[in-house]
Design a protein around this ligand. Structure first.
Ligand code: SAH
Ligand code: MG
Length: 927
C-alpha cells in the first residue's frame, strides 16, 4: 500500500492554528465578529490644559457571537488582535482547545479527504477567500475543463490546512508542493462518490453539478469585470535564451491560469505548477511552470522520492528565483485573487523589476538596491560608525537574504565579556584576533588601535528545517551591541558575496576563506546553495578589478583630497559603451552619492579613482562587464540594454566627479577607536593634575565649545574660578550654554557639590595677553596649537609662560606618528619614483583645520626650549596608547611647572571681550 512517512518524527502540531482558525473550523459562517472602537481618556490628562495633547491611541474591542455563547475581548491597538483574543476566550470558555493534533496515518488520510470534501461542498463557493475564487473561475473554464479545479491550486491556496495535514502523511510535504499535490489527488480519489479526479490526476471536479442558480450568478459576476492586459516575464529553461517580457490578455470570463498555461504551450491550468510567492510578504509574484507528470504516473513509486525529471529540464534561473525546483520554461507573473472580493489583483512585472528582484537575492544585492547604486556601491569592508553608514544596515540585509532564500531568520547572540573595558589585558579577545589577521587587514579594519570592547556577537543560520547551515563567531568585541551585531552580519554577508561571486572556488579555498571570516559552514549549506553557482556561472563573465584604465583627470587640483575615513560625495554616471565606442547608453547615474573612503564601499575602480582626485576634479575610466543581471537591473530600459549587450563586446564607462569631502571629525575617530574616548581621557588627565596641585583657578585657552570646562565640573575639585578663551563665536556660544546649565544644575543649595564661585568666557586671541587672566593656578590648552601656524604656536608659548604665568600649564597636541594607526596608511614597498613614494607614505593630518602635526621629537623640542627660556620645568605624558610602545601616545601632553624664582612681568595687554559670566552670588540673589 502507501508508503508512509514518519509522522511521529514531526514535532509540528495542528494546535499551531490561530484561535480564529479553530473557531472557523468549528463554526464557519456561524461565528460573527464585531469590532468596536473604544474611547480612551488619557489617564494623566490635565483638566483645563490649553495645549492640545496628542490624540490618545485608538483601541479596539471585539465581540464574538457564537450559537452557544457570546464573548468580549480585551482592548487592543489592532483590530486583528482583538478578534484573535475574542476567539481565544471563546475557545477557553467552550473547552474547544484541541488536543494535540497527532493523527494516525489513517486519521490523517481521512482528514485530508475530509478537507477535499469540504472544499467541494456548496457552501465553500461563497467563502470570501482566494481559493473559492479559483473554484468559481474553474466553473467558467471552457469545454471539457469546465469545473475542473487544478490540484496545484488546492496545494498552494489551501496550503495552511492541506499542507499541515499532509505533513503527517509525509513530513517532506512541508517543503515539496509536488508531494502535496500527489497526496491531495490520492485523497480525492477516495471520494469517488463526491468528486472526479481527472485521468492525469492533476485536477478534481465535483461529481454532481452545482445548482444552476449558483452557476449563473458566477457567470454574471464575471461578465461585469473587464479583461486585463498583464505584463509578465518569460524565463526560458535554456540559459542561452534571454529572459523576456510577455503580454498576456486575461479575459474576464475565463480562468487566468488557462491563459498562463497557453503562454507556456500547455493544454490548461491543471498542467501548471504554482510556486510560493516571491519577494515581499504581500506580493502575489509567483512562478508558473509545467507540472512534471511523472510523479503522478506511477502510484506505487515511493512518495519520498521526488519526481525525477528529464536531464536538463531544470530551469536554473527560475529555480534560483523561486527557491524551489522549477522545470521547463517558466512565467513570472504577479496576479492572484483578493480576499473578500471576487477581484483579481495584479501588477505588471517589467524586465527591470525582474532583474532587480534577481539582484536582491545576491547577498550584497539589497545593499546595492538600497543605495540605488547597483553598479557603484558594494558592501563596505567594515561597519565603522553608524553615522558613516549609508543604505540598509547589514543586519537587515542578512535577514532579507535569509528570507529570500527560504531560510530561518538568522539567530544573533551577543555576549558581554567580563573584561573591564578600559583594561587591555594581554591575551584578551582583541589580542587573539590581532594575531590572526595580517597587518594590512588589521589596519583596514581599523582594529589595530581598537579598544578592548566588551560585547561580542555570533550568528547562526538555519534552514527552515532547523539544520545548521552556517555559523560565524568572530573574536572581536565592541563597546556597543549594535556595532557587534552589525559587524558580524556584515562579515557573513561579505563571505556569502564571495561565495556567490566565485563559483570556481575549490572546497579547500572556500574553507580557508571561511576561516578568515570566522565562519564555519556545513555540508547542507553547500548543498542548498549549489544552485547559486550555476546561476552565476550561467551569466556573463564576472570580472575582476584589475584592468582599470584611468583616461585622465580633469579640473584643477583644489588640494582638498579624501583620506581614509572621510565621507566623499561624488557625482557619477555609468554608460554602456559599444565596441569601438560606437554606441553609448546611459545605465545608471547619481547626482550626489556619499560613501566612506577607504572602506571599500564602492567598486574598487571607483575607490581607486576617487583616491587620486581632489574636490572639483573629474575622471573617467572603463571596466569589463560585470554580471549582466547587474547591468540590466540598473538600466531603466532593460530591453534596449539587452539588445546592446547580446551580440557585442561592450564595456562600462564610469564618469565621476568628486564634489565634496567631509573630513572625519577628530572626535568621530577618537570615539570609535579609544575607550574611553580620547577627549574624555584628556579631561581625566587634567582633573588629575588639578587634584594634585589643589588648584583653585583654571583658564582654558582655546576652549572651543567648552567640552573641557563642562566635563571638569562633573568631578569634585578644589576649583573656585574658571575661565575660557577662544576665537570662535560659535564655539563660545555653545560653551556658554553648556557651562551655564551645568553650573546651575550643580547649585543645589541643600547639597553643595561644587566650590565654584565664578566662571567667565572671553573672546580673544591667545597669542595676546590679557592681565585679567594672569597668574591662574592651572592653564590648559588642549588640541589647540596645531590649529595655528607654527610661529604662532611659539608666540603663544612665550606669551603664556612669560605673561599669563600660570603655576601649571598643560598643552596637548596630536602625535603625528600615531596617524599611521589611525589612518592605516601603510608605507608602499614597491620601487616607485622616490618622490611619489614619500607622498604615499605621508599620513594626512587628523583634521583639515590642522596647520601642523608634530612628531614626539618636534613637540618635545618646542616644549623643552620654551620651558628653559621661561624658568619652567616640563615633563611629557599623553593619552591613548602608552609611552613605551611605538608610536607612543595618540595625544601627546606637556606639563609645564613654574619655577620658584620665576618673575613674570605684568605688562598691560589687550583686553579680551567678556562674552559670558556667571557668579555664585548673582545666582543666589536671583533665587
Ligand atoms: N580645547 C578644545 C577645542 C580644540 S579645537 C577641545 O579640546 O575640545 C581648537 C580651538 O582652538 C578652536 O575652538 C579654535 O577656535 C581655537 N583657536 C585656534 N587658534 C586660536 C587663537 N589664536 N586664539 C584663541 N583660540 C584659538
Ligand atoms: Mg585639533
Amino acid at each position: 500500500m502507501i508508503e508512509a512517512g514518519k509522522p511521529q518524527a514531526n514535532p509540528l502540531k495542528m494546535s499551531s492554528l490561530s484561535p480564529k482558525a479553530i473557531i472557523h473550523q468549528k463554526y464557519g459562517d456561524k461565528a460573527s465578529y464585531k469590532v468596536e472602537e473604544v474611547q480612551v481618556t488619557p489617564e494623566n490628562g490635565c483638566p483645563g490644559l490649553v495645549i492640545t495633547q496628542k490624540a490618545p491611541p485608538c483601541l479596539y474591542r471585539c465581540i464574538l457571537h457564537l450559537p452557544e455563547t457570546t464573548v468580549v475581548s480585551d482592548t487592543f491597538k489592532k483590530k486583528r488582535e482583538a478578534e484573535q483574543s475574542a476567539a481565544e476566550k471563546a475557545i477557553e470558555k467552550l473547552g474547544l482547545r484541541q488536543k494535540e493534533y497527532n493523527p494516525t496515518m489513517q486519521e490523517a488520510w481521512d482528514d485530508l479527504a475530509g478537507r477535499v470534501a469540504f472544499l467541494f461542498a456548496n457552501e465553500f463557493l461563497s467563502f470570501p477567500n482566494p481559493l473559492s475564487n479559483h473554484f468559481r473561475a474553474a466553473l467558467r473554464r471552457d469545454g471539457h475543463f469546465n469545473g475542473f479545479v487544478p490540484v496545484s491550486v488546492i496545494a498552494v491556496y489551501d496550503a495552511k490546512t492541506t499542507t499541515s495535514i499532509c505533513k503527517f502523511i509525509n513530513p517532506a510535504a512541508e517543503m515539496n508542493s509536488l508531494l502535496v499535490m500527489s497526496l491531495v489527488s490520492r485523497a480525492a480519489a477516495k471520494l469517488s462518490d463526491l468528486v472526479i479526479v481527472s485521468d492525469d490526476r492533476l485536477s478534481v471536479q465535483r461529481r454532481n453539478l452545482y445548482l444552476p442558480e449558483i452557476i449563473s450568478s458566477i457567470n454574471h459576476e464575471a461578465s461585469l469585470s473587464e479583461s486585463i492586459p498583464l505584463d509578465v516575464i518569460l524565463i526560458p529553461v535554456s540559459c542561452e535564451k534571454a529572459v523576456e517580457p510577455l503580454k498576456l490578455n486575461i479575459s474576464a470570463t475565463g480562468y487566468y491560469l488557462d491563459v498562463i498555461a497557453q503562454a507556456l504551450s500547455l493544454p490548461g491550468a491543471s498542467d501548471i505548477i504554482i510556486s510560493r510567492t516571491i519577494g515581499k510578504a504581500s506580493s502575489e509574484m509567483r512562478i508558473y511552470s509545467s507540472t512534471p507528470k511523472r510523479l503522478f504516473e506511477n502510484l506505487s513509486e515511493p512518495l519520498t522520492k521526488q519526481a525525477s525529471h528529464v536531464e536538463g529540464s531544470l530551469n536554473i534561473r527560475a529555480t534560483y528565483f523561486a527557491g524551489q525546483e522549477i522545470h521547463g520554461d517558466a512565467i513570472l507573473a504577479s496576479i492572484g485573487y483578493a480576499w473578500k472580493s471576487t477581484d483579481l489583483s495584479h501588477e505588471a512585472i517589467s524586465l527591470c523589476s525582474y532583474y532587480r528582484n534577481f539582484v536582491s537575492k545576491i547577498p550584497s544585492g539589497p545593499y546595492k538596491v538600497s543605495r540605488d547604486a547597483i553598479l557603484a556601491a558594494q558592501l563596505p569592508l567594515a561597519f565603522t560608525t553608524k553615522s558613516n553608514w549609508r543604505g540598509s544596515f547589514p543586519r537587515d540585509i542578512l535577514c532579507a537574504f535569509c528570507r529570500s532564500h527560504h531560510l530561518s531568520e538568522p539567530v544573533f547572540s551577543t555576549q558581554s565579556s567580563m573584561l573591564d573595558s578600559s583594561v587591555n589585558l594581554p591575551g584578551s579577545r582583541k589580542n587573539l584576533k590581532a594575531t590572526e589577521l595580517s597587518k594590512k587587514e588589521k589596519s583596514e579594519l581599523g582594529i589595530a588601535a581598537a579598544p578592548t570592547g566588551a560585547i561580542s556577537c555570533n550568528i547562526k543560520i538555519y534552514s527552515k528545517n532547523q539544520e545548521l547551515l552556517l555559523e560565524c563567531s568572530p573574536q572581536e568585541s565592541y563597546r556597543k551591541q549594535t556595532d557587534a551585531v552589525q559587524s558580524v552580519a556584515l562579515k557573513v554577508l561579505r563571505w556569502l558575496d564571495i561565495f556567490f561571486e566565485k563559483p570556481d572556488l575549490s572546497a579547500e579555498e572556500l574553507g580557508l576563506l571561511a576561516k578568515k571570516f570566522d565562519i564555519q559552514f556545513t555540508h547542507n549549506f553547500v548543498k542548498g546553495f549549489s544552485l547559486c553557482h550555476s546561476v552565476h556561472r550561467s551569466g556573463t563573465t564576472i570580472t575582476q578589478v584589475s584592468n582599470t584604465t584611468f583616461n585622465n583627470l580633469e579640473g584643477q587640483n583644489s588640494g582638498v583630497t579624501p583620506a581614509n575615513g572621510c565621507l566623499a560625495c561624488i557625482n557619477y554616471t555609468v554608460s554602456l559603451l559599444g565596441e569601438g565606442d560606437s554606441t553609448k547608453e546611459y545605465i545608471e547615474s547619481c547626482e550626489e552619492f556619499e560613501f566612506e573612503v577607504g572602506n571599500q564601499a564602492v567598486l574598487p575602480h571607483l575607490d581607486a579613482a576617487v583616491e587620486k582626485m581632489a574636490v572639483g576634479q573629474s575622471a573617467y575610466f572603463t571596466v569589463e562587464l560585470p554580471l549582466s543581471e547587474l547591468i540590466l537591473a540598473a538600466s531603466g530600459d532593460s530591453a534596449k540594454t539587452l539588445s546592446l549587450l547580446s551580440p557585442r563586446s561592450c564595456k562600462l564607462e564610469y564618469c565621476v566627479t568628486l564634489l565634496q569631502v567631509t573630513e572625519p571629525l577628530e572626535d568621530r575617530m577618537e570615539q570609535a577607536l579609544f575607550s574611553p574616548p580620547l577627549s574624555k581621557q584628556r579631561v581625566e588627565f587634567a582633573v588629575c593634575q588639578i587634584r594634585q596641585s589643589s588648584a583653585v583657578s583654571l583658564v582654558d585657552f582655546g576652549c572651543g565649545s567648552g567640552s573641557l570646562l563642562d566635563s571638569l565640573l562633573s568631578y569634585p575639585t578644589s576649583l573656585e574660578k574658571i575661565a575660557g578663551v577662544d576665537l570662535s563665536h560659535r564655539g563660545l556660544a555653545k560653551a556658554a550654554k553648556l557651562v551655564h546649565s551645568k553650573l546651575n544644575s550643580l547649585l543645589d543649595p541643600n547639597e553643595p557639590t561644587s566650590e565654584m564661585k565664578s566662571a567667565a568666557l572671553y573672546y580673544g586671541n591667545i597669542t595676546e595677553f590679557d592681565p585679567q587672566l594672569h597668574g591662574f593656578d592651572i592653564a590648559t590648552c588642549l588640541e589647540v596649537i596645531e590649529h595655528m601656524e607654527e610661529e604662532e604656536a611659539c608666540l603663544f608659548g612665550n606669551v603664556v609662560l612669560s605673561l599669563f604665568a600660570p603655576k601649571i600649564l598643560i598643552v596637548s597636541t596630536p602625535n603625528y606618528e600615531y596617524n599611521v594607526i589611525l589612518q592605516g596608511c601603510t608605507p608602499h614597498s614597491q620601487e616607485d619614483d622616490p618622490d611619489e613614494k614619500n607622498q604615499a607614505q605621508a599620513c594626512k593630518f587628523r583634521n583639515h583645520d590642522h596647520k601642523f602635526e608634530w612628531t614626539r621629537a618636534q613637540f618635545q623640542h618646542w616644549a623643552s626650549e620654551l620651558a628653559a627660556k621661561h624658568n619652567y620645568s616640563v615633563e611629557f605624558s599623553g593619552v591613548g596608547g602608552t609611552a613605551d610602545v611605538e608610536p607612543g601616545f595618540a595625544s601627546q601632553i606637556a606639563i609645564f611647572r613654574r619655577g620658584e624664582e620665576s618673575v613674570s612681568s605684568m605688562e598691560c595687554g589687550s583686553e579680551y571681550v567678556q562674552i559670558w559670566k556667571w557668579s555664585r552670588e548673582d545666582v543666589a540673589v536671583n533665587c
